[in-house]
Design a protein around this ligand. Structure first.
Ligand code: NAD
Ligand code: TYD
Length: 353
């Protein structure tokens, strides 16, 4: 690995990944961040990295992954030998309101990257295309059981269907053209730089503003929470130790119901503000359920743990504390995010419920 093209590097996980690779690994090469800067892309997520490494080891290209000519040009310009593909439309609720962007970016964008990689690399084997996917492609679990790498795909939302489709394309390029790919399917991430349309940052910011905390349905849907830096270390492990052609599940092994998450965030915020434990729980508001709301996700990640020696560095209690503390310490980032698209989205879609 000499030059890594990271797509979607201005988003939540991508920006954490770039920081992780440049600051916490022994990687000596360059990173090219290819991002369209949609509402979810925020250059401020990497302002420290840009300041430190711009034009030496970090390069930013504002580009749509669907743009065939521009992506071809970038492969050539930087002599890309590794792609780590995060760029996507990522929010289930938005996919329900308008699936078109999801089909374009997640399916057509992935197709375009695969085509460019195939054209530029030919039959080279010293290269890698790593595709980031989600556990949501496996569908919804009942009260027991886990998602394994071998679990059949059963996506339910336009978001997960578009991700499943992109995963199939990656597999097809492996089998048909011999493209050296790896793939990872991870559970719900949380941590610094998370855009506040997603549950955990939304809760923190709404508590700060004393706004209702919307809980969909009965609040008993279960997610498996993965601290974002642990996700980044898992991807790095796959890039450096993973077997080409393989898929790895990455999970936090921290299953929680949504209402448990809401209560925990309320309690940590109360502690930070010297209030009584249950002070913010009065903001909890049960709202209409998400259509087709998947009941439970839970990942079995024995494969990456046993075969590649990866493990999580924090449990949920440690990770959620670090996350709340990061949001409290980064009020300017929060303020800037709140003044943009976030505000319009929240006003339109949440407050009226
Ligand atoms: P995000 O929404 O925070 O960021 C997505 C980034 O992609 C943004 O910077 C955006 O500007 C960019 N982007 C969108 N469309 C683009 C396009 N056409 N061309 C170039 N750039 C474009 O998403 P995230 O939470 O960081 O997720 C990253 C990846 O991880 C996605 O592929 C997502 O499906 C996957 N994933 C996320 C989670 C999670 O909990 N966040 C869980 C499982 C899998
Ligand atoms: P989210 O963060 O949108 O991630 P995903 O849908 O990809 O799992 O939602 C996490 C869980 O929280 C999910 O079960 C939906 C629920 N949820 C709420 O109850 N209220 C909210 O305001 C949001 C955004 C999500």
């Amino acid at each position: 690995m000499n030059v890594i093209m990271v797509t979607g590097g201005a988003g939540f996980i991508g920006s954490n990944f770039i920081r992780y690779v440049l600051e916490k690994t022994d990687f000596k090469g360059k990173i090219v961040n290819v991002d369209k800067l949609t509402y979810a892309g925020n250059p401020e997520n990497l302002s420290d990295i840009a300041q430190k490494y711009s034009s030496t080891r970090y390069f930013f290209e504002q580009t749509d992954i669907c743009d065939k000519e521009k992506i071809a040009e970038l492969f050539k310009k930087y002599n890309i030998d590794t792609v780590v593909h995060f760029a996507a439309e990522s929010h289930v609720d938005r996919s329900i309101l308008g699936p078109k962007d999801f089909i374009e970016t997640n399916i057509m964008g992935t197709f375009n990257l695969l085509e460019n990689a195939r054209n530029y690399w030919g039959q080279r084997t010293d290269v890698r295309f790593h595709h980031i996917s989600t556990d949501e492609v496996y569908g919804s679990l009942g009260e027991t059981g886990y998602f394994y790498e071998t679990t059949p795909y059963d996506p339910r939302s336009p978001y997960s269907a578009s991700k499943a489709s992109s995963d199939h394309l990656v597999e097809a390029y492996k089998h048909t053209y011999g493209l050296p790919v790896t793939k990872s399917n991870c559970s719900n991430n949380y941590g610094p730089y998370h855009f506040p349309e997603k549950l955990i940052p939304l809760l923190i910011l709404n508590i700060l503003d004393q706004k209702p905390l919307p809980v969909y349905g009965d609040g008993l849907n279960v997610r498996d929470w993965l601290y974002v830096e642990d996700h980044c270390s898992a991807i790095w492990t796959i890039l450096t130790k993973g077997i080409v052609g393989e898929t790895y599940n990455i999970g936090g092994e921290n299953e929680r119901t949504n209402i448990e998450i809401v209560n925990t965030v309320c309690e940590i915020m109360a502690e930070k503000h010297n209030k009584e434990k249950d002070f913010y729980k009065k903001l909890i508001t049960f709202v209409k359920d998400r259509p087709g709301h998947d009941r439970r996700y839970a990942i079995n990640c024995d494969k990456i743990k046993q075969q590649l020696g990866w493990k999580q560095s924090v449990n949920f209690e440690q990770g959620i504390r670090k996350t709340v503390e990061w949001y409290l310490a980064n009020s300017q980032w929060v303020k800037n995010v709140q003044s943009g698209d976030y505000k319009n989205w929240i006003n339109k879609n949440y407050e009226k419920r």
